[in-house]
Structure formats: structure tokens, C-alpha cells
Design a protein. Structure first.
Length: 142
């Protein structure tokens, strides 16, 4: 069953998030470049993976501002704004500390958050990530 989509306020923007799982670990899933937390559950393999993680962790996943179910924005936000969004989601669900999992473009976000707020991060997991999104994008053109 798909969890309810809720919204955290970050500045003037509403950030869509879902909470599921009941394990002893708090985990925040920072999505790749494009995401839609409600569509994740429509893909059977991905839904099975999410449920597996939820079997041992309380998972929070969100759509970054401008993507998925979150509010649209006029321009691509910087990492500082996205860090505010991640913090707003953690605060909305009452997570003082969590392990962060950054996938693709979510990696730099979680790494910067961990460096800026080490007291709120238990662990950092990066999957398919990179140091600079622009460098990855330029390589795709060649």
C-alpha cells in the first residue's frame, strides 16, 4: 500500500514527502535528478525495494522542489535551498538524526547536508553519484 503524501513547508515552497517502514533506523532517501514519490510505487521492482528497506528502517523520501509532487519553481534551486528542503522534511516528521541515502544528483545534496549538519547525520550512503552535476551533464553530450 502506498503511503500518504504529505507536505513540509520550506520557505515559500511545499515539499512533498512520504514516510513508511517501522525499523529502528531512520533513513532519508534523497532522489535522483527527476522523481515522483507517488510514481515510485507503480514500478513493481522499485516498490519491492522500498518495502525491503522499510522492513528495517523508518524511511522518509521526498520530491525535491520543482519536481514530482513538490511545488514548481521558476529556476533550478541551488544546494543550499535543497538542504533547507531536506531539513524541513526531517523536521516535519520529527527526525532529529538519520542516515542519508543520496542517489545520483541526491548524492551532492546529502554530502553537503552531512558536512553542514553532522549532528543530524548517522551515516551517508551514495549511489551512482558524482561531485558536480554540471560535469556529468557535459559528459553526456560528448
Amino acid at each position: 500500500m502506498q503511503p500518504d503524501t504529505r507536505y513540509a513547508k520550506s520557505g515559500d515552497v511545499h515539499i512533498a514527502y512520504q514516510v513508511f517502514g517501522e525499523g529502528s533506523v531512520n533513513l532519508v532517501f534523497a532522489p535522483p535528478f527527476v522523481s515522483n514519490i507517488e510514481n515510485y510505487w507503480d514500478e513493481p521492482e522499485f516498490a519491492r525495494w522500498l518495502l525491503r528497506i522499510g522492513s528495517y528502517a523508518r524511511v522518509v523520501m521526498f520530491d525535491k522542489r520543482g519536481t514530482g509532487m513538490s511545488d514548481r519553481v521558476a529556476e533550478v534551486p541551488g544546494l543550499d535551498e535543497r538542504m533547507d528542503d531536506l531539513r524541513a522534511v526531517m523536521d516535519a516528521v520529527g527526525m532529529e538524526r538519520a542516515a542519508l541515502m543520496g542517489v545520483s544528483e541526491g548524492g551532492p545534496l546529502t554530502a553537503l547536508f552531512a558536512a553542514t549538519y553532522p549532528e543530524r547525520v548517522d551515516a551517508l550512503v551514495l549511489y551512482g553519484s558524482f561531485a558536480r552535476f554540471a560535469s556529468w551533464l557535459l559528459q553526456m553530450r560528448h
